[in-house]
Write a protein that binds this ligand. Structure first.
Ligand code: ZN
Length: 217
């Protein structure tokens, strides 16, 4: 098996450009995957034994799905494969007491050994420029039924129209996680803001000041 020492190979660059243009996205992915598996980079092979499900840094990261964060945020934090749980949601907002992010955090803490949470929003977040009215119009234009929109309209307004500034949104998410009765209060919850242009992280909230010792078993 051919090995690439320490070089992360962009598989798409290995495909003939003309050929790639003729292929559907799914075909491109499967073609790239075939080549990836055949030439599995050493950085993955050397991970033997394979990293487990438990995050070795005992950390959960809750962040945005922004494309600019892919392959950028984790290296900017010094986090590698196997070290943290990463939860990604558009606009990294918490919208309810047991919504998807809280569920993932509960599993991370009680089943997967997470002892610390970092909420990371980013500057220039697309959600700050979206409003529910515009979004609903786009959905209607694409044939989504008005009845279906009616069902989630209030929730959507609350979620999107409430997002004004990434930093405020981080503070709010931190408070919602910290005050959630399902999250133990010995788990520090930090808030950081990421600059997607420079890779710089700044602290919005340092969670260590808010933790209480775990009750004695
Ligand atoms: Zn974002």
């Amino acid at each position: 098996m051919e090995k690439y020492q320490g070089i992360k190979v962009n598989i798409l660059h290995m495909l003939h450009i003309k050929e790639a243009k003729m292929m559907s996205t799914l075909e491109q992915i499967l073609q790239a995957n075939k080549q990836f598996v055949e030439h599995l980079p050493l950085e993955y092979m050397d991970d033997y034994p394979i990293p487990g499900k438990l995050p070795s840094r005992e950390l959960a990261i809750f962040t945005c799905m922004d494309t600019r964060l892919v392959d950028f945020l984790e290296p900017a934090m010094g986090i590698s494969r196997g070290e943290a749980k990463v939860i990604k949601i558009a606009g990294n907002s918490i919208t309810g007491p047991f919504e998807a992010t809280i569920r993932s955090l509960v599993i991370s803490i009680f089943e997967l050994g997470v002892k610390e949470i970092v909420v990371i929003g980013h500057l220039d977040c697309g959600l700050a420029n979206t409003d529910s009215e515009k979004l609903i119009q786009k959905m209607l234009d694409r044939g989504i039924s008005a009845d279906a929109i009616k069902m989630i309209e209030k929730e959507m307004e609350h979620w999107i129209d409430h997002f004004h500034h990434p930093v405020e949104n981080i503070e709010e998410a931190v408070i919602k996680i910290r005050s959630n009765p399902l999250i133990p209060n010995d788990v520090p919850v930090h808030g950081l803001v990421f600059n997607p242009h420079t890779g710089e992280l700044s602290v919005v909230t340092n969670g260590y000041g808010y933790v209480h010792k775990a009750p004695m078993a």
